[in-house]
Design a protein around this ligand. Structure first.
Ligand code: ZN
Ligand code: FE
Length: 258
């Protein structure tokens, strides 16, 4: 299978997963971007996966369904217009002959889901479509969920195999990494990853997919219990409280960070 990031809007990626001439798309915010890629690569659209209800993830859904007549899957607990088969934690969806597991990952939105494909028999690494929950070096804003929910969602994703490819929905990496460096100035893996990502962006390449192994080393939102992160948090707050409260302080710091 082939994983292709289609840039859309300012900084979104619509993910195409292809096998021979068959394709699925994840979070098609813009139907035109998807249709152009399908005709350029001579692909047939077989399914649409949706992670959450925001328009930059769903805007192309109705048009694509109408044109291609393919099934679409999305979260059980979100209001999304279209013919969706609704999925929640523990359910599975089979597309392109591969079965994805569905996780509930509330936090960015209340009903946000993620799609996980374990390693395939063909030897391909696991693959995660996580929408706006986990970004490289960061995480989604808490629009509908609580810090405790987002922390639990990220904890769940952090237990996936290190080799898991993380297909995030936005190219926010470099700005996330500037914040990560402020949080963990002595993290050498982070420093090396910043240089790696700067080189990719200078060459006009996406920094994504990332991997769970990399994110566990460099992403402060997966590292909020590390002593290095706790020390930095204590320089901005007199006390941290429990894990969810420390995570909330980290998220609020990022919101203010320029
Ligand atoms: Zn969103
Ligand atoms: Fe988004």
């Amino acid at each position: 299978m082939n994983l292709i990031a289609l840039p859309a809007f300012e900084d979104n990626y619509l993910w195409l997963l292809t096998h021979q001439q068959r394709a699925i798309v994840v979070d098609p915010g813009d139907a035109t971007v998807v249709n152009q890629a399908l005709s350029r690569l001579n692909l047939r659209l077989e399914a649409i996966l949706i992670t959450h209800h925001h328009p930059d993830h769903t805007g192309g859904l109705m048009a694509l369904q109408k044109q291609h007549g393919c099934p679409a899957y999305g979260p059980q607990r979100e209001a999304i217009e279209g013919q969706l088969r609704r999925l929640e934690q523990g359910e599975e969806v089979t597309v392109l002959g591969h079965t994805f597991e569905v996780f509930d990952v509330p936090g960015h939105t209340a009903g946000h889901i993620a799609y996980f494909l374990p390693a395939t028999t063909a030897g391909e690494s696991p693959l995660l479509f996580c929408g706006d929950t986990l970004f490289s070096g960061g995480c989604g804003r808490l629009f509908e969920g609580t810090a405790a929910q987002m922390l639990a969602s990220l904890d769940k994703l952090a237990t996936l195999p290190d080799a898991t490819r993380v297909a995030c929905a936005h190219e926010y990496t470099l700005s996330n990494l500037r914040f990560a460096k402020a949080v963990e100035p002595d993290n050498l893996a982070l420093q090396r990853y910043i240089e790696h990502c700067q080189a990719l962006r200078s060459a006009g390449q996406p920094t994504l997919p990332s991997t769970i192994g990399v994110e566990r080393q460099i992403n402060p939102f997966l590292r909020s219990r590390e002593s290095s992160v706790r020390r930095s948090l204590l320089s901005i707050a007199p006390s941290l409280g429990d894990d969810a409260n420390a995570f909330a302080l980290l998220r609020e710091w990022k919101n203010r960070f320029k």
